[in-house]
Design a binder for this molecule. Structure first.
Ligand SMILES: [Zn+2]
Length: 341
């Protein structure tokens, strides 16, 4: 089998499911930790690499929260956002919808207007300096309940930064039923935002149906359990409702027991618009290029197949039509050049 890694590394890509704090690489964490010497997070790269080696999922949550704790000022927010874009540029990611949980920051005392200015400043700088187009998805941290939902909807609708395109729901699914968030999604949708909740990652297909019928999901985060319901798969395929698949994350969180039995095959076989994403890449020891390699192996793809996967993400994105055509054309031109040489 050909080694697809060099092809994937240079392929222009779009990423639709990746979290803001969850994208803080050891390099970025070291910079943030150096700004806040009172934190317990190590600042030297070697100690950080150990710190980022997770023993179990509870350890992952601890590390995640300690990184959340390092984002204390608008300047931290700006640095994190811009440096995440730099890591994306290195992977030839041209466009990303970054999931941001503003509630975690505003609740910790960061001024809400300064927060919006910080992400917007990073967004415009990332586009002009690095050629990475960023858009935002503001998500409700499900575990924080309806108060967090109210606050997230208010921030999204009232302060709406220019780059905001969608409204999401993350955190645990067990014990956090999707329908209770309907009023907040209704408000966000009425304000023109797209609906992209996480659903069916750690629970069954009913949660995905709830996301579709109650929250009017236009894409579904994970949707790992969808193949357990053929009628659901058919519905997703018919309505071109994309699934945001994150293979390595699914193994790390044990949503899927064995990578070789990942349900991505059934999703593709049923004609669902499947996109490949990295979720919390450094925390899961991965990046988008690696996720494409995993998907290529599971789906037995060649270069054209991988390029088609990259185009799926462009199609399912909330980028304007001209932007979509431009990135799709870049993908095709790159692939043609690669195969001709
Ligand atoms: Zn996620």
């Amino acid at each position: 089998m050909t080694d697809l890694r060099p092809f994937i590394a240079g392929l222009p890509k779009a990423e639709l499911h990746v979290h803001h704090v969850g994208s803080a690489s050891p390099r970025i964490v070291a910079e943030l930790a150096a700004r806040h010497p009172d934190s317990l997070v190590p600042t030297d790269p070697e100690a950080l690499a150990d710190y980022f080696t997770f023993t179990d999922f509870a350890h992952f949550i601890d590390v995640y929260l300690s990184v959340v704790d390092l984002v204390r000022t608008p300047e931290d927010v700006r640095l994190l956002t811009y440096e995440v874009a730099r890591d994306m540029a290195r992977q030839n990611i041209r466009y990303a919808e970054l999931t941001i949980t503003p509630y975690s920051s505003t609740r910790r005392g960061i001024d809400e207007k300064a927060f919006m200015e910080a992400i917007e400043d990073a967004r415009t700088a990332a586009e002009s300096d690095l050629g990475v187009i960023l858009r935002w998805c503001f998500d409700i941290p499900g575990e924080a309940g309806l108060e967090a939902a109210e606050e997230t909807a208010r921030l999204a609708v009232d302060l709406r930064p220019e780059g905001l395109v969608s409204f999401g729901l993350g955190g645990p699914e067990v014990g956090v039923p999707r329908p209770q968030f309907k009023p907040y999604f209704d408000r966000a949708i009425a304000a023109g935002l797209h609906s992209v909740p996480h659903a069916g990652e750690t629970t069954g297909p009913q949660t995905i149906w709830d996301a579709l019928t109650e929250l009017r999901a236009e894409r579904v985060g994970h949707g790992t359990s969808a193949p357990r319901d053929p009628a659901l798969l058919a519905h997703l395929a018919e309505h071109r409702i994309a699934l945001e698949v994150c293979p390595t994350s699914n193994i790390a969180t044990r949503a899927v027991a064995d990578i070789d039995r990942h349900p991505i095959r059934e999703m593709v076989a049923a004609g669902v618009l499947v996109t490949v994403n990295s979720d919390d890449p450094p925390m899961f020891g991965t990046d988008l290029n690696t996720e494409y390699e995993v998907a290529a192996r599971l789906l037995e793809l060649d270069e054209r197949g991988v390029a088609a996967l990259a185009r799926n993400a462009v199609e399912a994105s909330f980028l304007d039509p001209a932007g979509k055509s431009r990135i799709a054309a870049e993908i095709d031109a790159y692939t043609d050049r690669w195969l001709a040489s």
